[in-house]
Design a protein around this ligand. Sequence first.
Ligand SMILES: [Fe+2]
Length: 296
Amino acid sequence: MSTLWLLRHAHPLVDAGVCYGRLDVAADAARTVQAAQDFSGLLPGGSVLRHSPLRRCVQLADALLAHIPALAPNRHPDSRLQEMDFGRWEGQPWEQIPRPDIDAWAADLATCVPGGGESLAAMLQSMRMLVDRGPRDDPRQFFDVLRAMLFYIDEFPERRHHPKETELLFPRVVKAAPEVGLAVARLDRDHEYTERAVRDVQHLLLGWELLGESRRQIFQDAFKRYVDLYLAHMRLEEEEVLPAAEKNLSEADWKALDAAFEQNCDPLTGKYKPDPAYEQLFSKIVRNAPAPIGLG
Ligand SMILES: [Fe+2]
């Protein structure tokens, strides 16, 4: 029977009480070396070293290798071991994060994504990781979870969220900040394209599942185009349009927008009360999909 050793990185160089999650902060160098030295005598020969690619864990892996050079061929950085993504909370003192938001996360660790915002990107990243891994020895599970994830994205972001952005949020932002008009025009075009594209991708996935390997590449190509475009779309929203909205929209605007988006009941946001039917679907995804969205 093999033994699993879990080693935590040394003290991170960040102010006490700050939520650092996936921020790539360094660890204390002297303590890292000390920890590697203390631990190196305990490891049996032939051990395998897996670590998060974040800097604080790479430091510890490097320090261990300095003591045990024979580990080098068995060293594997693995993005599935990264700290979870805390979205907008990252870099903020825990004390300044609204208590109800932390309570909502603590009460529902399986489905509430902390910090909002990053959750859809996390879903897309998990899907990409799943597609890269492929069906391996469990095609049924692979196609089940990928189908569930694509369906979810079609149901929420594409059918419910985007129309509200296009009809309610964007016109308000352009009126208040005309300089983002070009960016908004591009986002509107993206919405039209991605709504069709996600259904094409679902069809292509079915093709791969039902007709076999000859349909794998065409799915992978369409899926990659879809995810790349979606991530670029989200970057444009986050970097140009949402900052303009935050700066220029009135309290009355935000009230109206919150009321509209609240009706989506999307569990992925972690912000609005989720619809129980979708919570079940979302739990299934979290149980079976890889990190960062899931535990599988
Ligand atoms: Fe959008």
